[in-house]
Structure formats: C-alpha cells, structure tokens
Design a protein around this ligand. Structure first.
Ligand SMILES: [Zn+2]
Length: 439
C-alpha cells in the first residue's frame, strides 16, 4: 500500500458504483440517510426485439438500498431511460440488472453485505434491515436467495465428505408441524484436523425415511465416498445408513454410548433392589444409597465413596450390580484415554486382568444392548471418537451432597414440552416400548 499512488477522489469507485454499471450524478446527505443520484452507464438503446435503433421515450426512477456508507443508509436513486424502437415501436427500459437483480430492492453490493452480516457477523435480519434502510422482508428474501445461490447451490459443497454426522434437533416448540429436524454435518475436517465441522443440510422431520431419502438424493460419488456415519442411538438412522451406504461404518457417538451403559447400571440396580427388598429404592436401602456413586467415574471417587461402594458390593446379593458397574466403568475409562491406541489396549487389558468380582457371571449382569452396530464392526471406530464429540458425560460429575431436584443427565419423561437433548432418547429395548420412540 505504501507504494500505491493517490488519485483524484471518485465517488463511483469509492462506493463501488462502477461495479454496478452506475455513475453518480448527485448526492443528498441527510441527517439519517444519504441519497446518491445515479445514471446507468450503458446506454442499451438498441431494440430488444428487432435490433433497430431506439429513441429516448422517457425516464423512470429505480431505488436500491446500497451498503450503508458512513453508518447511515445509502439509497441509490437510478434514473433509468426508456426507449421506443423506431422500427417496431417496442418500448423497453435500460438494463439495470448489473446494479440489482430483477424485482430486488437492494444493490448487489448490499445483498452481499447483508449476507455476510447475517452469516458471518451473526447480525439479525432486523438489524441489517435497519442499517440498510430496507424492510425486514426485503432483506430476508434477498439473504435467502443469495445464500441459496452462493452457499447451498455450490456444486463443490459436498465434495470430499468422508465422515458424515447425523443428529436430530428440536427446533420448534409448538404443537404445529414437525418438532424435529435432522441435521447432517460433515465431520471430515474434524478427523483430519483441518477445520471445524461443516453443516451440510437440515431436513424437516426425524425418521428413517428422512435420512434415507436425503442419502438417496445425493450423487453416487458422494455416497461411495462416505466411510463413517456418526449418529446417536436412533435405530432409524442406522437402518438408513445400512440400506443406502452398505460400505460405510455406522458409529455411535461416545456421549450416547456412555449414556446407554449408565442406563444399564440404573436398570440393573433397580431390578436387584426389587429382588432383594421387594420395593422401590428408598432412603436407607444400600443400593439406593449408592445410586449416584455408581454413575461417577471411579477415578473421581473420594475415599469415603469408595468405602461405601465396597461395603455394598461385599454383599453377594449385589454381585450383578457390581458386574454391570464394572463394565460401565471400563467404557468410561476407554473414552477417557487421550491417546487413541491406548483406548483399545486399556479396554482389553481391563477385560483380562481387572475383572470385577463376579464378572464371570456376566450372563446375569444387565446387558447394555441393544447396540446399534455389531461390536465387532464398531469397536475400533467407537474407541476413536471425533474430537468434537468428546463431550463430558455425567460420570465426570461428582455426586453432590445435597441432591438437586433436576439432574440433567437423568431421563425426565414428563418434560415433553422441553427440548429433549438427544442423550435422553433411548433405543427401543424390551422395557422401552416402541411407542416411546415417537416422543
Ligand atoms: Zn424494434
């Protein structure tokens, strides 16, 4: 820049009007907005129908909101000539599509500015509209149209996707229409450490059909390129993947794996509670007393908590709880490993040498199934979760001495009107009727 030379001040280039095919002829600087009078540079005086010469018929005005220069709305007032053909009598007006698209009330520069403000700077449509001096609907329509053309219709957008993520999102909290959308993201940059996950698409609804038809709409090259599909425990996504992407590996993200294993610990504890005491857990029951300690990562336990666990596990009647707890802890520990290779070693090592007492009787331990994917196919992927998915889970939370009324990690079946984090949705299990899936 230091070697650049100054030239005469020029409003056309300063306001980027030259790129719009316009030239400024006057300015009206008001207190709250500026109007720039412009003429259309290109004469466009040859008949659009027969090619004959046109004569000036009259002029009309077209106003476009421009980029807000000087922190106030800038309006371009275009004098547009209308011509009449001397041969055929056809009347046309000067082409101004270089300045703004047909029936769009924003200049092309303003549309790009609005799109950038909304997408990158996260400004609201209302704020952008206020700065442009345009209506909300004008800006909203322009941003949607430009976003579709520049971002969504980019033919290269789906290139190179190898790791696909699919999840649901509750976006509407009313009784009308679909409450859920299916969110499809590209996790390839996360695995390759080249950037953040990219949003590929959002589709209304949450079902096997939604994901199946989305996959079916993609190009064969896209489908064959997918190596891994990461998802929560929803069997519909798994079935859609198996049908549409037979060569891809479906993996469940760590958060949901740990949640499932934790639920198994709870179910086992409740079952053994009933078997040994004949009633639901209540204050004073040994298993009830350790219900939170069981869900805590064993490396986070205090000495006092360890002693309480040991005391309860000393009772042979509780051996199934101890076995299920041991499996849960090994799953948690596997995800805690920071070096990917260590996770599998750790899991295997524990299995051989560190079985909890009674683990030989795992046939009676609570089965954390159903897994959405056969373990043989799943293990190596599961133990290497994408970095963004290494969410903390409830075993990282120390149990509080005074129990809170609402624990976000536990199922809250009454809160149907609240957005349900995906971690709450469970797979259909023998004790989870399929009707519960539609919640
Ligand atoms: Zn003509």
């Amino acid at each position: 820049m230091s070697h650049a030379t100054f030239c005469r001040p020029d409003l056309d280039s300063f306001c980027r009007l030259d790129r719009l095919g316009l030239s400024v002829t006057g300015q009206l600087v008001g207190a709250d907005h500026t109007v720039l009078a412009c003429r259309v540079v290109e004469p466009d005086d040859w008949c659009h129908r027969c090619g004959g010469a046109g004569t000036l018929h009259d002029t009309v005005l077209r106003e476009l909101a421009h980029v807000p220069l000087g922190w106030r709305p800038t309006i371009l007032r275009l004098r547009v000539r209308r011509y009449r053909c001397t041969g055929c009598g056809h009347v046309w007006r000067q082409d101004t599509t270089a300045a703004g698209g047909a029936r769009v009330k924003l200049s092309r520069q303003a549309v790009l500015w609005a799109l950038k403000s909304v997408v990158i700077d996260r400004l609201s449509i209302a704020r952008v509209a206020g700065m442009l001096g345009a209506s909300w609907h004008t800006v909203n329509d322009a941003v949607l149209t430009a976003g579709r053309a520049l971002l969504i219709n980019d033919p290269g957008r789906f290139d190179g996707v190898r790791i696909l993520g699919v999840d649901e999102h509750a976006w509407r909290h009313t009784r009308h229409g679909d409450r859920y959308v299916t969110v499809i993201i590209d996790l390839t940059p996360v695995r390759e450490r080249t950037g953040a996950a990219r949003l590929l698409d959002i589709v209304a609804g949450r079902s096997k059909e939604v994901f199946t038809s989305w996959l079916a709409r993609q190009s064969p090259a896209f489908r064959t390129g997918i190596e891994v599909v990461a998802m929560d425990g929803f069997t519909g996504f798994k079935t859609a993947t198996t049908e549409q992407l037979p060569d891809a590996t479906a993996v469940m993200d760590p958060f949901h794996v740990v949640a499932l294993a934790g639920d198994a610990v709870d179910r086992c504890r409740q079952r053994v509670q009933q078997a040994t005491r004949g009633h639901r857990g209540r204050s004073g029951d040994p298993l009830y007393g350790i219900r939170r300690v069981l869900r805590t990562g064993s490396d986070l336990l205090t000495d006092r908590q360890r002693a309480r666990l040991a005391a309860v596990f000393a009772d042979d009647a509780h051996v199934e709880v101890e076995a299920t707890w041991g499996i849960y802890q090994r799953i948690v520990a596997a995800y805690r490993q920071t070096r990917p290779g260590r996770r599998e070693e750790n899991a295997h090592h524990d299995h051989r040498h560190h079985q909890p007492r009674g683990a030989c009787r795992t046939d009676r331990a609570e089965d954390p199934r159903p897994h959405p994917v056969p373990p043989s196919r799943r293990r190596s992927r599961l133990l290497r979760p994408p970095r963004h998915q290494q969410r903390t889970h409830r075993s990282d939370q120390r149990p509080t001495r005074t129990p809170t009324r609402h624990r976000p990690g536990l199922s809250q079946p009454h809160q149907l009107h609240h957005p349900r984090p995906t971690g709450h949705r469970r797979l259909p299990t023998p004790d989870t009727p399929s009707s519960a899936m539609s919640r």
